[in-house]
Write a protein of this length. Structure first.
Length: 204
């Protein structure tokens, strides 16, 4: 990080609240309902019949598909081993069809490498660094999501704790190096925020 960079702390909660208000406000000057959009050409997502226990645990009225809260054991009955195996096979086949479509559009593109543990660590690390303002063009103020960055760094810490004793030597070294670097960057950024007098938004 450069010395004394200009940055702007943003509050994602504020943006979320504004988006929710806008989504609930009716459009002005338009009394006629909009016609449903025509289906786009190409492959379409086909939803299968929901499981009986999933239908019983459907979300209450007013909660639609925009709710991104992951299901828990209290929400539905965990799948059986046979159901998980069939779903995994269907998922792999679907992912393969997507790869085939991509290669058909771009024959020069090779096969995508399988996602492994290293990809997961790198994704969390990159997310944390972007939230801390990395990768901003020179001369532009960095937009810092310090709360989101802390959550991403904490997730790396949880990953290190929960996978302890179950990683290869190289995986463990890489994870610890990434976690150390992400925590160090967070410490430096929080120190700069304190020195420049930029305070986090008030609690609501």
């Amino acid at each position: 990080m450069t010395e004394n960079p200009k940055f702007e702390v943003i509050d994602r909660r504020k943006f979320k609240a504004e988006d929710e208000r806008e989504s609930h406000e009716p459009e002005r000057g338009s009394e006629k309902p909009k016609a449903p959009p025509e289906p786009a050409p190409g492959p379409q997502l086909v939803e299968k019949e929901p499981r009986a226990d999933s239908a019983a645990a459907a979300a209450p009225a007013g909660e639609g598909p925009d709710d991104l809260t992951p299901p828990t054991a209290d929400d539905l009955t965990p799948p059986t081993a046979e159901e998980s195996h069939k779903q995994k096979a269907a998922y792999d086949a679907s992912a393969q069809r997507i790869d085939d479509l991509i290669r058909a559009q771009n024959p020069a593109a090779g096969a995508q490498p399988p996602v492994n543990f290293e990809h997961l660590v790198q994704q969390l690390y990159l997310t944390a660094m972007l939230q801390m303002g990395a990768g901003v063009p020179e001369g532009e103020p960095a937009r810092v999501d310090i709360v989101g960055a802390r959550a991403s760094v904490d997730m790396l810490g949880i990953l290190a704790e929960k996978t302890k004793g179950n990683l290869t030597v190289q995986e463990e070294r890489n994870l610890q190096a990434v976690l150390y670097d992400a925590r160090l960057a967070f410490l430096e950024l929080s120190k700069m925020i304190s020195l420049q007098g930029v305070h986090p938004p008030p609690k609501r």
